[in-house]
Design a protein around this ligand. Structure first.
Ligand code: FAD
Length: 396
């Protein structure tokens, strides 16, 4: 049964990445944060080993695998205490969108670098006045000769300072109907009129979040993913934005689930170690069922979430975008909840030590919440399941 769920190749990848993660681990992350750096050494080594681009096509330097493999990479690095948040964004969203919908030129320009980690790309969709309601996006692109002029604002975009470019979700105005259509633009970090402001987050992470200002940012025609005109396949340019967006969002949910499961496993392992040793009565505290059972429950919840994540990744990699949508949402929901509970119980298990710097679990209390909020909140997933799966009417 285990091999049905996870192949020998996947198991081998899991243990190889886990070994890399152990060589870096939580102490490495804590040090890089204290020094105000990015985890560049881990990123570079993971890139060299082929882990960062494991999902990208072989002809562009990737490993030829899928989101199933990339989610294993992120989960195992997270379980070792050294997750790489930019994996969710750079190879998973941006790499997927470009390899599925980019022009040949965009693929050749970006994919080899995204695959070996020498280049990264951030992803900006969230806007201050739209939030969960992406129908309200107002970042707008208009034509100016062969160029585009992009204007708008984004918020909470991760890793813009370290990324060579940001994949920005905007809209273009359909000249015939006046309808606004989503469109994805590759915006270089130093483009004129593109500025950023770091948001002061209560998060102990190397990756930072930014508010972005796009003020008539002039972009060449080929900055639009898929190029300026629609392809016969319907996969390129102005008319394809919605397809491109959905192609990127399912991997994002799967990868957020992997991020959450990895973090939950890391916290749980620290708690189990502690509960085995710490003795304040006759036997270690792990002997008391009030301590052991919630840890067992946390383990079960993480395993169940992983099962749904594997289903979502499998459907996505098999080309079933619609089926993957439901499973990816459910996996993200389950993993976010399992992670928050696992971290909460881990901190509690350590008593006062749960809040000390030395044991390092307390920062995970806020970090775990990210998986409940982003990239789509718990409530929006419950809405999705209510409407799409159960067929209940909408309240909004
Ligand atoms: C650490 C971090 C990293 C992030 N990285 C990125 C990134 O790289 N790129 C990017 O584009 N964005 C990023 N985000 C943004 C993230 O995707 C948004 O925060 C998320 O989509 C929620 O949007 P919001 O914060 O505007 O909340 P809102 O939409 O304002 O929601 C606030 C609350 O209201 C609830 N709510 C809203 N509508 C409904 C409804 N119809 N029914 C029930 N409840 C509802 C929500 O569930 C939530 O609890 C990041 C966020 C964080 C915290």
């Amino acid at each position: 049964m285990t091999t049905l769920i996870e192949s020998e190749e996947h198991k081998a990848l899991r243990s190889a990445v886990a070994a890399l993660g152990r060589r870096y681990g939580r102490d490495y992350v804590t040090r890089t944060i204290a020094e105000g750096r990015h985890p560049t050494e881990l990123w570079a080594e993971a890139g060299k080993l082929g882990y960062l681009g494991v999902n990208l096509p072989e002809e562009y330097g990737g490993g030829g695998g899928g989101i199933a493999e990339l989610s294993i990479v992120l989960e195992e690095l997270g379980a070792a205490g050294s997750p790489l948040l930019m994996l969710v964004v750079s190879p998973a969203i941006c790499g997927t969108v470009i390899s599925r919908f980019g022009t040949e030129e965009q693929k050749r320009t970006w994919l080899p670098g995204l695959a070996d980690g020498t280049r990264t790309m951030a992803f900006g969709i969230t806007e201050p006045d739209a939030g969960s309601n992406s129908h309200r996006l107002t970042t707008t692109a208009r034509r100016d000769g062969a160029d585009w002029l992009l204007t708008g604002r984004k918020v909470f975009v991760s890793g813009v300072d370290q990324a060579d470019a940001t994949l920005v979700v905007g809209r273009t105005e359909d000249a015939r109907t006046g309808t606004l259509k989503p469109c994805l633009f590759i915006v270089p970090r130093d483009a004129e009129g593109f500025s950023r402001h770091r948001i002061d987050m209560e998060l102990n992470a190397a990756e930072k979040q930014f508010e972005l200002f796009l003020d008539d940012v002039r972009l060449p025609g080929d900055a639009l993913v898929g190029g300026g005109t629609s392809h016969a396949s319907g996969s390129g340019g102005e008319d394809a934005g919605l397809l491109q967006l959905f192609a990127g969002l399912n991997p994002e949910r799967v990868m957020t689930a992997a991020f959450a499961i990895g973090m939950g496993r890391f916290a749980l392992a620290r708690a189990v170690e502690y509960a085995r040793d710490r003795t304040v009565w006759k036997a270690p505290i792990g002997t008391h069922q009030a301590i052991a059972h919630p840890l067992a429950q946390a383990h079960i919840d993480l395993e169940l979430a992983r099962l749904m994540m594997q289903k979502a990744a499998h459907l996505y990699d098999a080309g079933d975008d619609a089926g993957a949508g439901e499973a990816a949402n459910m996996a993200k929901y389950a993993a976010g909840e399992a992670c928050v509970k696992a971290v909460d119980q881990a901190v509690h298990t350590l008593g006062g030590n749960g809040l000390t710097r030395e044991f390092g679990l307390a920062p995970l209390i806020t970090a775990a919440r990210v998986a409940r909020i982003a990239p789509v909140s718990r409530e929006m997933i419950l809405n999705y399941v209510s409407h799409q799966t159960l067929g209940l009417p909408k309240s909004y």
